[in-house]
Ligand binder design. Structure first.
Ligand code: A2P
Length: 282
């Protein structure tokens, strides 16, 4: 019989066996290179939308000592700061030390999550502006999946433009689905006001498979096609703010374009016009 002293939740859960263990609650695969998953959130974890944490699994036992060490990598938290679960978006690298294993996780499995969030892709690192640009390639979409669900994004800006460049169309699915869900989410509308979704402009492009918009975003910026398509003026340090998350070459190229347009790089300690973070690669 149940009485007041009977624990009603958590009792059936196995005791955590890993340090900083969290339990996987959902896994979705998009392509043979991409998947996303959700896990429980430590009760004490507070983070700002756009930050990352170290997550991972136990490595293989040492051949002689049998000892196992945690295998950890930086992952942007893809869920917003108010959500009760945590979401991550990951690449699968066949011989990647972590992702070759992580891609096989299932609901109920445990992962390691170090509850120390950090990162530069946060609103605090930008000065006030009119329009915010999120530029992503591949899994670099993850921090923006968080920021696109963050009320402050819509409080601070009149327009939110997210560009996502991938090799193939299937690699756009996670972001495209998420944006559709955001636009129809009643809880988000309650938090951010019913018209918040009208501020979102989504600009997906592919480089190696046919899609409605082909080309690297950097080339589309240089040619002016991006601005023409969206009907907005080119980047201007007075009005535009930007966050970048992609591979290294992409980040560097965009930085050059921003600097040429007169934008300065910001940080938590010194807010300015744009911020950069490298997407996780195993
Ligand atoms: P491309 O196919 O022309 O290399 P990856 O999967 O290699 O990280 O690349 C993800 C996307 O980012 C691809 O569409 C790729 O285009 C694009 N990309 C790679 N490097 C750059 C760069 N320096 N500037 C702009 N886009 C880039």
């Amino acid at each position: 019989m149940m009485n007041d002293a009977t624990p009603v939740s958590g009792a059936a859960r196995p005791a955590p066996t890993l340090p900083d263990a969290q339990t996987v609650t959902e896994v979705k695969h998009y392509t043979d290179r991409l998947f996303s998953f959700k896990c429980t959130r430590p009760a004490t974890l507070r983070f700002r939308s756009g930050e990352f944490v170290m997550i991972g699994l136990m490595g293989d036992p040492h051949p002689e000592t049998g000892k196992q060490k945690p295998l950890l990598r930086a992952y942007s938290i893809a869920s917003p700061s108010w959500d009760e679960e945590l979401e991550f978006y990951s690449i699968k690298v066949p011989d990647g030390p972590l992702t070759s294993k992580l891609q096989h996780i299932k609901v109920g499995d445990e992962i390691i999550l170090r509850p120390k969030p950090v990162g530069t892709l946060v609103h605090d690192a930008l000065l006030p502006g009119k329009r915010i640009w999120f530029f992503a390639t591949g899994t670099g979409f993850a921090p923006f999946a968080s920021l696109l669900r963050e009320p402050q994004t819509y409080e601070d800006y009149d327009e939110v433009i997210i560009t996502h460049t991938c090799r193939e169309v299937g690699e756009l699915t996670y972001g495209a689905n998420l944006i559709e869900e955001i636009k129809q989410d009643e809880l988000l509308a309650e938090l951010m006001g019913p018209d918040f979704h009208k501020k979102i402009r989504y600009y997906p492009t592919t480089t190696r498979e046919q899609s409605p918009k082909m080309g690297r975003i950097t080339d589309l910026m240089r040619s002016g096609e991006l601005y023409e398509d969206l009907g907005v003026p080119p980047l201007n340090p007075d009005t535009d703010r930007a966050m970048i998350c992609g591979n290294l070459a992409f980040n560097l190229e965009l930085k050059e374009l921003f600097e040429a347009a007169g934008l300065e790089e910001g940080a938590n300690s010194k807010p300015a016009q744009y911020v950069v973070e490298k997407a996780f690669l195993d």
